[in-house]
Write a protein that binds this ligand. Structure first.
Ligand SMILES: *Cc1c(COP(=O)(O)O)cnc(C)c1O
Length: 421
């Protein structure tokens, strides 16, 4: 199946007389005839028994996302943050370290540099422009993973997945890629050597600003046993009566370990109703992504021609610094997010944003409706102007997320708001 078809049909196939649409299985639990049957499930959970572990609605959506990414299996989580957390904790424990690219999403930066540090896990930061030699130097004996974002939010830097995957594999650790902004419609990181993919499904996958959620997808190709660095995958798990993940679950070792250990213990599950809403978004993902890309490329060109705009960053612009990476990884489009810098700094940016009528001023991105955010007064509010400059954010910077309105209406709105600046 091509990706548009997969979006509609993967994960759920009704049998004779069953509902056409994935049903919401709204039940915490499942009935069995015998105590012995339930006892067996506690040794080896092969059937639904409690919705924190697995649920038929979530299962259908997990299968769909795994198919879209080309992975062996997936696990929905309550948010993108929970997906990032579990993706790392499934391979790192206290005393370990991992490497992450410095331009990734601010919420992930905080999780990795502040909160995981309190768990005894160290994140070593590298530049997206690090040479192979610099990247190799960042590895330590206790390094257990490398982490990057396909299109970074909001820096919009494009990640050289294949290069980072190759070096991660030389060092016998997996590459984890946050594919939120690209979605599997525009880039499938497993095809470039990534081992684990995560998403904040809150963004394009849901698309309608309905439901916070996340997902982790297992590529199924990393050889945990051959690596020798992951005894938790290759030796008996005492908390599951001696399960050995690599031996018992083959190419789903990573994702089943995440479910059996981390979802069981942390409980950051996605509800059936949330998964149902996510699935509605997924059904049209391929169709929507094409239009986001088209609208954003037209809007980016428009911003470029305005004498009130100091700078426009959109990976799809021909002069973008990541052009070679865009051509390699994002041949089908560069998604819907643009960052602009308005001449006149903070005051001009605020005036522009407050003058927009169609575009909404929200703490969100990748919505079906055009929306804007001013990092200097929202997500990066605590920083001084000097610190903002060091983070590559100036007071005039705006994150502009193109929606699916007619692009002429989006531009008319920008035009009337810029006239007031
Ligand atoms: C929003 C976002 C997250 C966090 O996801 P939540 O669903 O808000 O928890 C992680 N990564 C990226 C790239 C994001 O844009």
């Amino acid at each position: 199946m091509k990706i548009e078809t997969q979006c509609l049909h993967e994960g759920y196939e009704p049998k004779n007389g069953e509902p056409r649409v994935v049903p919401i299985v709204q039940s915490t639990t499942y009935c069995f005839d015998s105590t012995e049957h339930i006892a067996q499930l506690f040794d080896m959970p092969t059937e639904y028994m409690y919705s924190r572990f697995a649920n038929p609605t979530c299962d259908a959506v997990e299968k769909k996302i795994a198919a879209l990414e080309g992975g062996s299996g997936a696990m929905l989580t309550s948010s993108g943050q929970a997906a990032s957390l579990c993706a790392v904790l499934n391979v790192c424990k206290a005393g370990d370290s991992f490497i992450a690219v410095s331009t990734i999403y601010g919420g992930t930066v905080n999780l990795f540099s502040v909160t995981l540090k309190k768990f005894g896990i160290e994140c070593v930061w590298v530049s997206p422009d690090a040479t192979d030699a610099q990247l190799k130097k960042a590895f330590k004996r206790n390094t257990k993973a490398v982490f990057g974002e396909t299109i970074a939010n909001p820096a919009l830097r494009v990640f050289d997945i294949e290069r980072f995957a190759k070096i991660a594999h030389e060092k016998k650790v997996p590459l984890i890629v946050d594919n939120t902004f690209a979605t599997p419609v525009l880039c499938r990181p497993f095809e470039w050597g990534a081992d684990i993919v995560i998403h904040s499904t809150t963004k394009y996958m849901d698309g309608h600003a309905l439901q916070v959620g996340g997902v982790i997808v297992d590529g199924g190709t990393f050889d945990w046993a051959a690596s020798g660095k992951f005894p938790e995958f290759t030796t008996p798990d005492e908390s599951y009566h001696g399960v050995v993940y690599t031996r018992d679950f083959g190419n789903m070792a990573y994702i089943i370990k995440a479910r059996m250990q981390l979802m069981r213990d942390f409980g950051c599950y996605q509800s059936a109703h949330a998964a149902f809403l996510l699935n509605l978004g997924l059904e049209t993902l391929a169709v929507r992504m094409k239009r986001y890309c088209l609208n954003a490329s037209i809007v980016a060109e428009y911003f470029k021609c305005s004498d009130k705009i100091a700078a426009v960053t959109y990976p799809g612009l021909p002069e973008n610094g990541d052009r070679a990476l865009v051509q390699k990884y994002l041949g089908d489009g560069c998604s819907g997010v643009i960052t602009i810098s308005i001449k006149g700094g903070r005051a001009a940016a605020i005036r522009f944003m407050d003058s927009l009528k169609l575009a909404s001023n929200v703490v969100h991105v990748a919505d079906i409706r055009t929306c804007v955010l001013h990092p200097a007064s929202a997500t990066h509010r605590q920083l001084t102007d000097e610190q903002l400059a060091a983070a590559g954010i100036d007071g005039g910077m705006i994150r502009f997320s193109c929606g699916l309105e007619n692009v002429e209406d989006i531009i008319a709105d920008i035009e009337q708001a810029l006239a007031k600046v």
